[in-house]
Design a binder for this molecule. Sequence first.
Ligand SMILES: Nc1ncnc2c1ncn2[C@@H]1O[C@H](COP(=O)(O)OP(=O)(O)OP(=O)(O)O)[C@@H](O)[C@H]1O
Ligand SMILES: [Mg+2]
Length: 366
Amino acid sequence: MADKNAIEVRGASKIFGTGEAQVAALDNVSVSIRENEFFTLLGPSGCGKTTLLRLIAGFDYPTDGEILLYGQDIAPLPPFKRPVNTVFQSYALFPHMTVAQNIAFGLEMLGKPRAEIDGRVAEMLRLVRMEALKDRRTSQISGGQQQRVALARALAPQPKVLLLDEPLSALDYKLRKEMQIELKRLQNQTGITFIFVTHDQEEALTMSDRIAVMSSGRILQVGSPWDIYDRPAERFVADFIGETNFLDADVVSATGDGRATVRLSSGVEIPATFPASVMPEGKVTIVIRPEHARVAAPNGTSAHVGHIENVVYLGTDTHFHVRLDDGTPFIVRQQNSRNGNSQTSFAAAERVGIEFGRDVAQILKD
Ligand SMILES: Nc1ncnc2c1ncn2[C@@H]1O[C@H](COP(=O)(O)OP(=O)(O)OP(=O)(O)O)[C@@H](O)[C@H]1O
Ligand SMILES: [Mg+2]
């Protein structure tokens, strides 16, 4: 079923400590995670990601609020009775056991018959492509291979929901990229709901069906990677996800369908979108991604005019750090393709106009 909820978190709070030492690790969090979804919790260190996973797994209880699994309150269920399994950042494999023994461990704890365990272990070894190393001890395999074993071990008891707490952070960049694709494949093949934790925005954008951006124990925005990247609702979200430009503007008009016209400090008017929960008026901040703007010789169509302070060549693209005439910094990212589109080059200190593509400005709530 398309939109059935696997997990529903309703008004969950978690307070650690008492008195002066109190920490609100989670502050009234509500979120629904759909069946078969690859759902990511994204946010900086200390924002409450692990705490939320621990509540879902049952390693900890909320101070307030409730958590439903397929519509049922799971508070009375101890961790091992929840159809939920966790892959921890440290993997926590048993080094003295072989790959196959590690994968079998959870099934043995559940008291499954030997034949079923053997069949399931073989299936898991195939799934994570580790058949050839099944008799190797996990202390004698690479980090990426350990990661696969940890996944296979967590998937073996066929949980309905798999929680993954920064499972790729120990891997080097290339392996991490490979494992991202691998995890997506595993999720597709098994149909299990994945709740994935990361503080890496690129990883979140690559892998997720939907992302929840967290800060200081709260969920600020939930949406598809496109929503989160292109239609951030708040400054924190815009800033945390990739590079961006913030500009002051005045609202000229706004309509109920989320479309507005804003006037920039240059006097130029441009269209802008805004989040559903607000009706913008007066002075606002808009965001524009660097790749949605270009630099050109200043002319009548320039949205802003300024001078280039710095040019940074990055191989695939070049970043122009521009200082607008009103003093605001603005970054433009231009692709360095030789695909026949003519490119104009600019150097530091040159005066340039900034031009925008269509539908590139988003008004922030705050
Ligand atoms: N057992 C605990 N006792 C007291 N405070 C705690 C406890 N566990 C977590 N916290 C605090 O709660 C907040 C959220 O912690 P949490 O581990 O959920 O963050 P996180 O988003 O997973 O961070 P990271 O990316 O660093 O893993 C932090 O301020 C942390 O110090
Ligand atoms: Mg954590």
